[in-house]
Write a protein that binds this ligand. Structure first.
Ligand code: SF4
Ligand code: SF4
Length: 284
């Protein structure tokens, strides 16, 4: 049996932005994103029970999903406090990803005190970021600076790589070099999207000077191999899914199922490819 050691929880399904490429809020997916009840404390209890049952040294937990988590900061704060002892002991490594438009100093101090790794979504140079992410580059850069003042270093960053990024590869890499922080690039799919081969070529170049996240069995969207059904669970809308991009595929379980009972039935496939694309027959 494969033991799950990672999970992401989508604490909400709403966002204050409307990014051009957002694949959570496409008309196609919006029919799957519903506001259904999901008691996140039950998910957290199940994760804690799972950690104890299997003596897992570090369980990686992301408060990330179909929306902007800071729109529900009061709830997010409660969830983090609830698992605070496990985070303090290093048994849960928790993170969130934000569009950084709602951040304030109190939130950043709370994340610092509770060892929450808050990653910022920023698509590099202003001309590209502003085009896709609702003209928010200045706002995000102000938040980046506020983070540095509070933490003494720059935040981890997440950048979506589009056809425009590829055409300005050097400038994009130079933009991130100044921060010295870890960058997770993700491949844009759909309109203005790029192929996996183009994305991997970009990553090869970027990692010659940047600290680039490039996992093993994780996700082809982030430059790794597809980890669908291996050891990760994505919670959203009262269900458990194989990954955050697969909410339009059949759910694997209800959200309150114990983690060791969530066993997705994934056929053998080439994990250099995206299971969702294979399943749906999509071509990006
Ligand atoms: S910030 Fe994220 S969730 Fe919100 S619209 Fe942009 S890509 Fe979508
Ligand atoms: S199915 Fe696709 S989007 Fe989901 S983890 Fe695999 S590669 Fe990533």
């Amino acid at each position: 049996m494969i033991i799950n050691t990672r999970a992401c929880i989508s604490i909400n399904n709403r966002c204050n932005l409307d990014c051009l490429y957002c694949h959570f809020h496409t008309p196609e997916k919006s029919v799957y994103i519903k506001k259904s009840d999901m008691n996140i404390f039950i998910v957290l209890d199940n994760i804690i029970n799972h950690i104890e049952k299997y003596n897992i040294p570090v369980f990686k937990l992301g408060f990330v999903g179909n929306g902007e988590p800071l729109l529900d900061y009061a709830s997010l704060r409660e969830y983090i406090i609830y698992i605070g002892d496990y985070i303090a002991d290093g048994r849960i490594s928790a993170y969130t990803i934000t569009n950084a438009t709602l951040l304030n100093a109190e939130m950043l101090e709370f994340f610092r005190d509770y060892k929450i790794n808050a990653g910022f979504s920023i698509d590099g140079i202003p001309e590209i970021h502003n085009r896709y992410r609702c003209n928010t580059h200045d706002t995000v850069m102000n938040a980046v600076e506020m983070f540095r003042i509070i933490n003494g270093h720059y935040p981890a960053m997440n950048c979506t790589v589009s056809r425009d990024t590829i055409s300005r590869t050097e400038e994009t890499i130079a933009f991130f070099e100044r921060f010295g922080s870890r960058v997770t690039f993700s491949r844009m799919i759909g309109k203005n999207g790029i192929t996996l081969a183009e994305f991997r070529k970009f990553l090869d170049k970027a990692e010659s000077t940047l600290n680039v996240r490039r996992g093993g069995y994780d996700c082809t969207m982030y430059g790794g191999m597809c980890g669908a059904g291996i050891n990760n669970i994505f919670y959203a809308d009262g269900k458990a899914y194989i990954c955050g991009n697969c909410i339009d595929l059949p759910a694997t379980a209800d959200y309150d199922t114990p983690l060791d009972m969530i066993t997705p039935d994934i056929p053998t496939f080439d994990r250099n490819k995206c299971f969702r694309e294979i399943y749906r027959g999509d071509k990006y």
